[in-house]
Design a protein around this ligand. Structure first.
Ligand code: UD1
Ligand code: CA
Length: 458
């Protein structure tokens, strides 16, 4: 069965009170409309059309390459919005889902149930409904005595009895595509809001002898439409819980899910433990058997099996197997740590590779550097990579030892196995196996301390 999808996203979203266009507000790190398009992707939709209006350019930019677009210049109602896709989809075969760009919690499972229902029963439309405690503002589902769907009535058009109904229209539908567009041609704007209601398609189809049906989701939250920031935080909380649960069922331990924030596209291997205060963002991938947190903030990074990250911030970094990072380390873009590397407290690494088993244990800055294997960078040693105009490279060979508080003024090379004495400021290359000292020789004057004190007292 061929499947298409139409996503309505032309409304303004005034109640968000935001400069950012509504459907672009992120939920768990991804714009709401992005979540909706993801679900259509997972259903292997042939064609996806997003109906844009307010903020059209920004929405197109955010989804570029992923969908087709239809422009709804004036927002004359949901029926009118779907009609804008007619030029692109009007003749398409198969079924068409209609979804909203502001319902990020919609689940693939429910859409599959709807497809199954349409196939089994040969319906022209399946409406996704939910039972709500507080149905305020939403369209109500009208059924006959036998429970069959008759139609949908908007709250503003409800009789007092109809307003008591708690089964609501989520606004998500699965239509037989050609029948949808044929029925849309018959929708008028004769109602309380003077809008072209997509909901009228249901009664139009039914009256022309087509079968229409309801799939009532057991999870009412998936129909939540985000109209303001309160609903946005509600959606965030629900999606966060779903994401955490998915990882836990895949074998990841999350000690305190309420204090763990994992964005939608993050991948985590089994037997990894996540401690409180951890935020995993973007395209981050964590391997198996890792220990992440407490308080790790990791963005667009790869952490390989068995690594540990404590109280640290990582952005576009790669951490090798069994490496340890933190507490209080900062790995910036281009930081690449090999296997069993140790990066300790108050260390910053930027655009630098550290070979296997190397250690930068305390208080260092390593930027624009290629560091070999088994290198020890002493406490407080730094690369001096920037002269105010350009960045320069520091290279350090395997097995080198860089003493505490050393300045390596780039561009500079430290040879394999070389030894740089503590406190040195190195400006010239050091060859393999050499010792380099670049500091004043020490002078010690025995007994001078009491003489000095006596003089100062006078
Ligand atoms: C609609 C349904 C209602 C349902 C509710 C669920 C109709 C007539 N009513 O309500 O039964 O309970 O959704 O949330 O369909 N949009 C456009 N262009 C338009 C109008 C709307 O793109 O001209 C988009 C909006 O951006 C939004 C979505 O359609 O994403 C829903 O619009 P909204 O005004 O929130 O829905 P209602 O009409 O109130
Ligand atoms: Ca709405």
């Amino acid at each position: 069965m061929r499947i298409n999808g139409i996503v309505l996203a032309a409304g303004q979203g005034k109640r968000m009170k935001s400069k950012l266009y509504k459907v672009l507000h992120p939920v768990c790190g991804k714009p709401m409309v992005g979540h909706v398009v993801d679900v259509l992707d997972r259903l292997d939709c042939e064609r996806r059309v997003v109906v844009v209006g307010h903020g059209a350019e920004k929405v197109q930019e955010a989804l570029s390459g992923r969908t087709e677009f239809a422009l709804q210049e004036q927002q004359l109602g949901t029926g009118h919005a779907v009609l804008q896709a007619k030029e692109l989809l009007g003749e398409a075969e198969g079924m068409t889902f209609v979804l909203y760009g502001d319902t990020p919690l919609i689940r693939e499972e429910s859409l599959r149930e709807m497809i199954g229902m349409a196939e089994r029963e040969g319906t022209a439309a399946v409406v996704l409904t939910a039972e709500m405690e507080n149905p305020f503002g939403l369209g109500r589902i009208l059924r006959d005595e036998a429970g069959a769907l008759i139609g949908i009535v908007e709250e503003k058009d409800c009789t007092p009895e109809q307003a008591q109904i708690r089964e609501i229209n989520t606004g998500i539908y699965c239509f037989e595509n050609r029948k949808l567009f044929a029925a849309l041609g018959k929708v008028t704007n004769q109602n309380a809001q003077g809008e072209y209601y997509l909901t009228d398609v249901i009664s139009i189809l039914r009256e022309s002898g087509e079968k229409v049906a309801v799939y009532r989701t057991p999870d009412w939250t998936e129909g939540i439409g985000v109209n303001d920031r309160a609903a946005l935080s509600e959606a965030e909380a629900i999606m966060k819980a779903r994401i955490n649960r998915k990882h836990m069922l895949n074998g990841v331990s999350i000690q305190d899910p309420a204090a763990t924030y994992i964005e939608a596209d993050v991948v985590i291997g089994a037997d990894t433990r996540i401690l409180p205060g951890t935020v995993l963002r973007g395209k981050t991938e964590i391997g198996e058997d890792c220990l992440i947190g407490p308080n790790a903030d990791i963005q667009d990074s790869t952490v390989q099996d068995g690594a540990e990250i404590k109280h640290s911030v990582l952005t576009e970094a790669i951490v090798g197997r069994l490496a340890t990072v933190g507490p209080f380390a900062y790995l910036r873009p281009g930081a690449k740590l090999g296997e069993k590397v140790k990066v300790g407290d108050f260390v910053e690494i930027k655009n630098a590779t550290l070979g296997d088993n190397s250690k930068v244990s305390h208080l260092s800055y390593v930027g624009d550097a290629v560091v070999g294997q088994n290198v020890n960078m002493g406490c407080g040693s730094i690369t001096v990579n920037y002269d105010g105009f350009n960045k320069h490279l520091t290279e350090i060979g395997d097995d080198a030892f860089v003493g505490s508080n050393v300045n390596l003024i780039a561009p500079v090379k430290i040879g394999k196995g070389a030894f740089v004495v503590a406190g040195s400021t190195i400006t010239k290359d050091v060859e393999d196996d050499a010792i380099a000292i670049a500091r004043e020789r020490q002078v010690t004057k025995p007994g001078y301390a009491s003489k000095l004190r006596a003089r100062l007292k006078k």
